[in-house]
Design a protein around this ligand. Sequence first.
Ligand code: NDP
Ligand code: PYC
Length: 338
Amino acid sequence: MVESVQVELDELYALSTAILTRSGFSGAHAAAISEMLSTCQIDDCQSHGLFRLLMCCQTMRGGKIDGHILPVVEASDSAIVRVDARGGMSLLAVEAGMPLLIEKTRSYGIAAMAINRCFHFSALWPEVEQLSAAGLAGLAMVPSHSWVAPAGGKRGTLGTNPLAFSWPRQNQTPFTFDFATSGFARGEIELYLRAGKPLPEGVAVDAEGNPTTDPQAALDGAMLTFGGYKGSALSIMIELMAGPLIDDLTSMESMAFAEGTGGAPYHGEIILAFDPDHFSGGRVADNDARAERLFADILDQGARLPSQRRFEARARNTARGYVEMPAALHAELTAMLD
Ligand code: NDP
Ligand code: PYC
């Protein structure tokens, strides 16, 4: 049983910005990263909440990131928004390009944002939910480091490659999912290691290619994709769409770029956006109702929608004014300010 502490919501952002600025990030980067981390922590996303401060600081120590550089949004007259993060963390680049992505999606019906040359550590759901909050559907994907074996293989070639989707709903939280295409996110395996818990079967193989439930052996060996060859194919698609398609690195190339320095992977990101108004021929209300009947039939069976746990956590934590986080993590983070 992991001992937990209660941390007030205001402390999350303050602790995060203090750690990041001390580590070498500018105020602007620290603010964007802290917004992401505290938003995730409030939704009880433990693997990509304040835990990821450790990865951000490791990235800075690795010496390859520029903690002050500002992204540049490139001019274009097409439906593609290109943002050059110029070797900084991804989040300011998303912030810089998102208004233009929304504007272009409303003009063309479909648009895409390609972010290049970014270090990337974060969850994707806050990004696609900016699109659904604007009444658009959004799909985002990134590669990472080559920790994951393809189906039938034993060696890391693919990244943990998350895929996130959000669909806008009237007067409701959106339909959103966001998951690694590996059986477990790497961050989740790291949390199992810290908690001294064995992994479920089928998540990883050790360095010799034998199945393992030992988190350290999994980190030293290769992770496996979810759903066998199906997850593997999705993961390869993400490598292609957020790599060669947008002129950026694959997970293998990101790993090589890191030269063993650890920290966040370095690559690109693609976010696709769709405007239902353009596709529905003016029958938006009908189509909204059809989507709602789909959700209702799922819920009627006692199943839950993705992100429901997260939305409930947000409501609970916001109402009580604090989150629960592992005591050891909180102690480690506060000690970084000593
Ligand atoms: P999870 O396995 O925790 O959750 C995946 C999704 O499935 C969530 O939307 C979740 O909703 C939903 N879900 C879980 N259980 C159910 C259920 N029983 N019924 C319906 N839906 C369900 O995610 P991962 O551990 O794979 O990923 C965690 C985070 O890590 C993601 O935010 C991802 O973006 C991030 N990540 C980032 C990477 C990067 O390179 N930047 C790499 C890999 C991962 P809910 O949250 O409500 O449980
Ligand atoms: O948890 O797999 C992961 C991950 C990779 C990069 C950031 N998080």
